[in-house]
Design a protein around this ligand. Structure first.
Ligand SMILES: [Zn+2]
Length: 98
């Protein structure tokens, strides 16, 4: 499973963590702008492991939140449906890129 641990945007390093701790919040992914950390849940609320596609799609959803935060698009960043669609689209592009 491809599990990147960080990336850079506008000279800032965003750390990516994979953890079981946020599932209790009902979240599968979380981006914390102040600490520059994305957390991707490794398991669902019933302790079933998430598969690679799900975790990757979650990561790209959170990356969209990062991009919108760093570009000052705060209203778009609150639109979870749009963020999810853009994350899915980005994931498809990168997964199928040759
Ligand atoms: Zn979101």
């Amino acid at each position: 499973m491809y599990t990147p641990e960080s990336f850079e945007i506008f000279g800032q390093t965003i750390t990516v963590k994979y953890s079981n701790c946020i599932r209790k919040l009902g979240a599968v992914g979380l981006y914390e702008h102040d600490s520059k950390v994305i957390t991707v849940a490794t398991h669902d609320i019933d302790d079933k492991p998430h598969d690679e596609d799900f975790m990757s799609a979650t990561l790209y959803h959170e990356i969209i939140h990062v991009l919108l935060s760093y570009t000052g698009q705060y209203e778009l960043n609150m639109n979870e449906q749009m963020v999810e669609l853009m994350g899915q689209c980005l994931y498809q592009v990168l997964k199928t890129m040759k």
